[in-house]
Ligand binder design. Structure first.
Ligand code: MG
Ligand code: ZN
Length: 188
């Protein structure tokens, strides 16, 4: 079995530019490349989990999205082990994506799918994101959760699954939390 770090894309791995798929406007967030190196060194799978309602809304295509992911990987100097995205939105205009689904965060569908596809033990895995919907999705899947408190969350609607296990300012600190926990497991 594998363990994974699930990571959100917009506002977390990269700076949030709403609905952007233009590679020239993609900018990694502080600590993203460091995160990839250290997380890989510790043997975690790196799994991108991202809501992409822009596909259902007709703002861009799945191919555009994949091009953007390739640009992100190039910038980070690392390749994700897998990429899961929710292309749906109930108010979208593009069939067959204009519907409710079980993959759009805060639902845990993408995590459960990844766990089967990549043989991931969810309780030994982590979710890092910049909003509480990311925390809820990760927690519903059984992962530990880290919130980047960087301005992405604006509503702060709390609930039983939405309290992050850790709150940090950036990906450097998120990586440090995970490494500390690994060390703790090794020596306890
Ligand atoms: Mg985000
Ligand atoms: Zn979906």
């Amino acid at each position: 079995m594998n363990r994974a770090i699930f990571i959100d894309k917009d506002g977390c791995f990269i700076k949030n530019v709403p609905y952007n798929v233009d590679p020239d406007r993609i900018e990694l967030n502080k600590g993203a490349a460091f995160f990839c190196k250290l997380i890989r060194a510790c043997g975690f799978k790196m799994v991108l989990v991202t809501n992409q309602p822009g596909i259902a809304l007709g703002y861009f295509s799945e191919a555009d999205f994949r091009t953007a992911v390739t640009a992100i990987e190039k910038a980070a100097g690392a390749v994700f082990d897998s990429v899961f995205y929710c292309p749906h939105h109930p108010e979208g205009s593009v069939a067959p994506f204009n519907k409710s689904c079980s993959c759009r965060k805060p639902s845990p569908g993408m995590f459960l799918e990844a766990a089967t596809a990549e043989q991931i033990r969810l309780k030994d895995s982590w979710m890092i994101g910049d909003i509480l919907d990311d925390m809820e999705a990760g927690k519903r899947a059984g992962c530990r959760t880290i919130l980047l408190d960087n301005g992405g969350e604006t509503e702060w609607k709390m609930g039983p699954y939405r309290m992050p296990d850790f709150v940090v300012p950036d990906l450097f600190e998120a990586t440090t939390i995970i490494l500390k926990n690994i060390a703790y497991e090794l020596f306890s």
